[in-house]
Each structure stands twice: as structure tokens, then as C-alpha cells.
Design a protein around this ligand. Sequence first.
Ligand code: 5GP
Length: 120
Amino acid sequence: GIGAYDPDNIFAKILRGEIPCKKVYENEWALAFNDIGPKAPVHVLIIPKGPYVSFVDFSARASDDEITGFTRAVGHVATTLGLNEPGYRLIGNVGPDSGQEVPHFHVHLLGGHPLGALVS
Ligand code: 5GP
């Protein structure tokens, strides 16, 4: 299940600058960077800077400013990468059934070609 926040998870290390990332965008509350194993021509991960494991954790505990800042970062990245017209997919994996690998809440922004059905 989903436990307490682990400050040694890989995204926490990226936020602290302990391991590098290919940064796409950053604001006061969120960081966006390229996924190391892209599943589409555009595959960006957007993470809040605070210590949240899941979406429920983030939505319940983050401040209004953090939620706004994170949400605007997602929109900013989609817009600046030119994805609003062709479209894109936002995915958030939470917990074991989703296969969430990194226990720091994040969304995947996928695009750059037709993505096909999410579930077929
Ligand atoms: P999850 O399954 O937790 O939603 O997705 C985790 C994502 O993080 C995967 O798509 C994986 O490729 C990506 N990832 C894992 N480790 C690293 C890393 O060190 N750097 C970057 N940029 N992405 C990573």
C-alpha cells in the first residue's frame, strides 16, 4: 500500500539536485522534466515540490498555492510544447494496482504522436 513519504525516493533526489534531470519547466511549486524512459515523442513528468506520495495526499494536504502552482505548471508545459492543438494525455499512477514506481506524486504528460486508446 501507500506509506509515509520516503525522502530518499528518486524524485526527492532530483528536487534536491542530487541526481540530474532534463528540466523542461520549473516554478515555485512544481518541477517538470523529461522521463528517462520516454513512451512517446513527448514524455514529461511534472511533480509538486512538496512531499506527497499520492494524489489524495497531494489534494488533501497541499496548500491552495501549491495546488494552483502545480496545476498551472502542467498547463504551461502542455502549452509551451505546442500540445494544445494536437492533444496529449495526462496520467497519474497511484499505488500498487497502477504500477506506481516512484513514491512521489507525479503526472505523466504524453504527446507528440497519436497515442491510441488508453484501455483497449
Ligand atoms: P510511475 O510508474 O511511478 O508513474 O512512473 C515513474 C516514471 O519515472 C517512469 O516512467 C520512469 O521512466 C521514470 N523515472 C524513473 N527513474 C527516473 C530518473 O531517475 N529520472 C527520470 N527523468 N525519470 C525517471
